[in-house]
Design a protein around this ligand. Structure first.
Ligand code: TYM
Length: 341
């Protein structure tokens, strides 16, 4: 995309503008924001907002498939909003809102369900994972989760979706749903494309699984420095490096891989590990201090926003209001095409 786009007038209602492609992404309020969210997606939210009409959503409807305590959900929704703002989302440049504040998402979700074969949903890898993770709570929302995700994106006719690699199957399903709808009712939605960062999959502190709140292997970048230090010091490194003098394999060491994003001496760090000039503990200590200092300003902004919740709530309300005309227009067009008017 080469169009030079002016800064978004994010405070005015969003209007259709073919010269200004839209980017959309969603994040679950499933706990405090972690390093995987930032390196895998949020960095791209911020970067794309400079160039595109950027819309970012805290997907509380999606979170209801796993979080059932009302106060917890409310609190986490606000924390996620504060976290995203603290990490650089500027409400004057992009639109940040909460999914349930724009109920058109669920209405469109239902309409898209009618073009989506159940078999597509049953074979979704995240659905299969969730069935394992919460066998006593295999609710219907888990199965239709990707249809609502498609609705989130296409209600704004967004074409670019910054996400981590774990969302690839969902994005592919969104594209299939778009194709199924367009085939049946005529060209309506563009096919959305995933946009990845240089860290599409960030491994957790266990060095084995994707960093995720539900696994409990996160580095909580906006947490207290001592928590970050503890989490980094608990990281699994190269499991074949037993003695301090054993040469390491930076290509399989998660600590070393993460150094790539915090400093301009990655080649040196790798060399230190490969030649055993540095030990795993040294490398971890350095990484912990770099993460603590990299996020220091964001941590302060986060604390400040959490101390002023009405400011955060105001930003979220303005975001949802701003999107109302576009959501209504898409829904009207879709209903017309489907014979509901
Ligand atoms: P969620 O809340 O699990 O994650 C939010 C974003 O962070 C990315 N991410 C990671 N990237 C790399 N490595 C990791 N370890 C890691 N952990 C998380 C995710 O890929 C995601 O981009 N289903 C979505 C939310 C959603 C959505 C949407 C996304 C709902 N509607 C529409 C895009 C468009 C989810 O649960 O993300």
């Amino acid at each position: 995309m080469t169009t030079d786009l002016a800064a978004a007038p994010a405070r005015t209602p969003l209007a259709a503008n073919p010269a200004r492609p839209r980017t959309f992404s969603g994040i679950q309020p499933s706990g405090v924001v972690h390093l995987g969210n930032d390196l895998g997606a949020i960095r791209n939210y911020v970067a794309l907002a400079r160039k595109y009409e950027a819309i970012y959503c805290i997907v509380d409807y999606h979170a209801l498939t796993s979080t059932h305590e009302p106060d917890v959900l409310r609190q986490r929704t606000r924390e996620m909003a504060a976290g995203l703002l603290a990490l650089g989302l500027d409400p004057d440049v992009c639109t940040l809102f909460v999914q349930s504040h724009r109920p058109e998402h669920t209405e469109l979700g239902w309409l898209l369900c009618t073009v989506t074969p159940v078999s597509w949903l049953e074979r979704t890898p995240t659905y299969k994972e969730k069935v394992q993770q919460q066998p006593d709570d295999v609710n219907h929302g888990l199965l239709t989760y990707p249809v609502l995700q498609a609705a989130d994106i296409v209600i704004y006719k967004a074409t670019l979706v910054p996400v981590g690699r774990d969302q690839a199957a969902h994005l592919e399903l969104s594209r299939e749903i778009v194709r199924a709808f367009n085939r049946r009712y005529g060209a309506t939605f563009p096919e959305p494309q995933a946009v990845y960062t240089e860290a599409p999959t960030v491994l957790g502190t266990d060095g084995a699984k994707k960093m995720s709140k539900s696994v409990g292997n996160t580095i909580d970048i906006l947490g207290e420095p001592d928590l970050i230090r503890r989490q980094v010091m608990s990281m699994v490194t190269d499991t074949l490096r037993i003695k301090r003098t054993d040469p390491g394999r930076p290509e399989v060491c998660n600590v070393c891989q993460l150094h790539r994003f915090f400093g301009d001496d990655w080649a040196e760090i790798q060399d230190g590990e490969r030649t055993a000039r540095t030990g795993c503990v040294d490398t971890k200590k350095l990484l912990a201090e770099r993460i603590v200092s990299h996020y220091a300003a964001a941590r302060e902004r986060y604390a400040d926003l959490m101390a002023h919740p009405s400011e955060v709530d105001g930003i979220l309300e303005a975001g949802a209001d701003r999107l109302a005309p576009v959501a209504a227009a898409t829904l009207a067009e879709v209903k017309e095409k489907m014979g509901l008017r």
